[in-house]
Design a protein around this ligand. Sequence first.
Ligand SMILES: NC(=O)c1ccc[n+]([C@@H]2O[C@H](COP(=O)([O-])OP(=O)(O)OC[C@H]3O[C@@H](n4cnc5c(N)ncnc54)[C@H](OP(=O)(O)O)[C@@H]3O)[C@@H](O)[C@H]2O)c1
Length: 315
Amino acid sequence: MKAVVISQAGGPEVLKIEERPVPVATEDQTVIHIKAFSVHRYEVLTREGGSPSVKFPRVIGVEAVGEVEQPSKNSKLVKGQRVLVVNGGFGRAFDGSEQQYALVPDDILHPVDFDGSWVDFANYPETFYTAFGALKATKLHEGQTLLVRGGTTGVGMAAITMANAMGLKVTATTRREERKQDLIDLGAKKAVIDNGKLETEETFDGLIDMVGAPVLSDSLAHVKRGGMYTLVGMLTGEWIWKNFDPFENLGGKYVTVFDGVDINDDVINEMFKLINDNNLQIPISKVFTLDEIQAAQEYVMKRDRPMGQVIVTTD
Ligand SMILES: NC(=O)c1ccc[n+]([C@@H]2O[C@H](COP(=O)([O-])OP(=O)(O)OC[C@H]3O[C@@H](n4cnc5c(N)ncnc54)[C@H](OP(=O)(O)O)[C@@H]3O)[C@@H](O)[C@H]2O)c1
């Protein structure tokens, strides 16, 4: 089988295709045939050596969709069953998605009811799970208002489509005028320009934030008293809330972070029910093959690429 192995941190050229034997199942680890996976910006950071917990050589990639090739001795899954894997050390503590087959601990392998293509399936795992987890953390109910800050990110688009299906009134942001209509097409009622300060005076029952630390005060100013702010990402690359005045910023508001640590079958099933019932999708920017992994990682960082996720197929 083909595996993309990184032996040392560096540019796209360190992503090297190797021939490796297909792994063999154990008592509690199942072999899956990976069919497709999404590529994200933080994987470029990992490749560059920016994730100190990832030791090379490593096959990176924290999420994949595929089918069971050889169930573990203790597994209830059967050969050919559709599964997804996300986080839990996949592509970080042990080899992940950038290969044709993977040996996966049973407790992070999730059977999923989804009939679409492998490329469409690969659009969901981490991106939708993060958005769904953030929506749950924000604790809104039908008819309430939500602001998605970073609406054109994969997670933002997934949050818009799911929040809309849940009956929330969604407003979403982008830095680019020409993308406002895309946000409306995804299900947002309003689109707002974010130039470091939001171009709206409105306040919301909940806010899901992908942009992060430098705009925290501005974000909290758009949350109603009693409302919830959920931090999901730090697109600006700044991780620390500096000079944060809690009395100035937090009066009567709640703040939490969605960190993607808890992934469980019940939440995945609930999410795919919402996806299947409402036929929810977000755009795919481009599809690559495993042989094109270097180009896929370069592409994901391009500023002017079309909105949407970057998917790699493995066969
Ligand atoms: N907590 C978790 O479990 C978890 C899981 C997955 C991802 N994340 C985080 O969620 C965030 C979104 O990830 P993603 O993969 O969905 O992103 P993505 O699809 O790669 O997002 C790309 C878009 O982000 C916007 N953007 C880029 N830099 C920005 C900046 N400095 N300020 C404002 N907007 C900026 C741009 O949209 P415009 O040009 O249209 O504004 C760009 O098109 C990331 O920070 C990621 O690390 C967190």
